[in-house]
Unconditional design. Structure first.
Length: 259
């Protein structure tokens, strides 16, 4: 009886460790969960709490081996699946920050930079603004709930004892990475077009009135027009982020399936 209980407790511990290995990449890459504003200890406690909640679902109907070699292979597989899932979500916020950086260059704010409290790295002003707007919209949309629900669904696609298709994981990560710059251009397009038209208009003024110091007008004019168009386009930004969060969770799950 004691031997049976010991084996059962060992398998529970093995299952919890495997679940924790899949959950942990969320706190390294995924939005909100990886924020530097949350202390590392709090993130660790939250990862353990989520793993406790998902462990019964993940272990249901699974026969887990306590063999060291098998456990090491399963542990590496769980980390890989978690990284593939978290990277697809992180790509959306990378696109948002990239869009903000493009706007900083277009408007003229690229000379000033601050430490982003969300990522903990130095970034420009509009990049931080767009990142914070993205986080706020993500919270309003219950994006964190979608992420955890998607992670729970991943155990139906790739159970603890099965291995995923590496080609599908690599293809999903490659698709997410390629989409970053294109999505950033799509998101920043209204302000970039307005800045380009402003430059063209100032160029015409300089040709018609060469005695006018256009350079002294260009900087404040581009800032005013850029901020105006950015404010008008914020509803579009909110709708875009809402759609992309849903698409990213769906795309991440599509790239996760057994070999």
């Amino acid at each position: 009886m004691n031997t049976l209980l010991q084996q059962f407790s060992e398998r529970q511990l093995v299952g919890f460790i495997l679940v924790l290995a899949r959950v942990s990449p969320l706190f390294l890459l995924a939005p909100i969960f990886s924020s530097k504003m949350v202390p590392a200890r709090a993130r660790g406690v939250l990862a353990v709490a989520i793993s406790f909640g998902l462990a019964p679902l993940a272990m249901h109907g699974q026969h887990l081996s306590t063999d060291t070699t098998t456990l090491a292979g399963l542990l590496g597989k769980e980390i890989l699946v978690g990284l593939a899932y978290a990277f697809a979500l992180a790509a959306v916020f990378a696109a948002i920050s990239t869009a903000g950086s493009l706007l900083d260059m277009a408007v003229g704010f690229s000379f000033g930079s601050l430490v982003d409290p969300i990522t903990g790295v130095q970034s420009t002003i509009l990049a931080q603004l767009y990142a914070m707007v993205g986080v706020l919209i993500f919270i309003v949309l219950d994006g964190d709930h979608w992420m955890i629900e998607g992670l729970a669904r991943s155990y139906q696609l790739v159970p603890l004892t099965r291995f995923p298709s590496i080609n599908a994981l690599v293809g999903g990560a490659d698709k997410a990475f390629i989409s970053i710059f294109g999505s950033a251009i799509e998101l920043a397009a209204p302000v970039m077009i307005a800045a380009l038209l402003t430059d063209c208009a100032l160029g015409l003024v300089a040709r018609v009135m060469p005695q006018l110091n256009v350079f002294s007008l260009a900087f404040p004019a581009k800032i005013a027009i850029g901020l105006l168009v950015m404010g008008v386009s914020l509803p579009f930004v909110g709708g875009w982020i809402s759609d992309q969060v849903q698409v990213s969770v769906s795309s991440a799950l599509q790239s996760i399936h057994v070999a």
